[in-house]
Design a protein around this ligand. Sequence first.
Ligand code: DX5
Ligand code: ZN
Length: 218
Amino acid sequence: MVEIAPSILAADFANLQRDIEMLNESEADYIHVDIMDGMFVPNISFGIPVCESINRHAHKPLDVHLMIEQPDRYLEAFRQAGAAILTVHYEACPHLHRTIQHIKELGALPGVALNPHTPVEVLSEILHDVSLVLIMSVNPGFGGQKFIENTYHKVSRLRHMRKEANADFKIEVDGGVNSHNSPLLVNQGADILVAGSFVFGSANPLQTISGLKSFRNL
Ligand code: DX5
Ligand code: ZN
């Protein structure tokens, strides 16, 4: 069954504990934590102390998505702040292999994220080193953007590459996920769906999470 990672970026920051407790009660599999530095992306979200506070209340693993330049500088800090998965951007890592090894040494699962314009083929030499590949289905930086349709094709190509290489990372899709595109993404091979505004903007987030989760992998 597809796994769901609601993005805390769309939560009410003045009521974070309440929203985390809601996610604890939900069928969500992870809590997706978006870190933006105002450099790699044109927006600033929050940093290490907030991640620590989220971790203090969360009963689900933290899926930390680092949209920051030179992420090596902060891997240890985010690991200590509770990250179970640490995902860096391909576009921000000139020494990606070394960065991935560092994440493993810290005891977290390493993920690599691709911007919409970056082809999945750039990952061909590190397929066996990562636990997760995050495909951005919007340009990173903001919640609530429109899903980019080309993502289906990328997910399907990545699934094919994984099969050919006999690798076993998970494929995560992040940005503009909703009830229309989620079954299509699952059919193309998505294992984890991130959803921010679709979950937190709905009248009943618990039901919305169950609804997203009820699509099966074919
Ligand atoms: C975008 C972030 C996403 C975002 C998803 O830069 O990486 O995780 O919070 O939000 P929605 O689901 O609203 O597109
Ligand atoms: Zn994200």
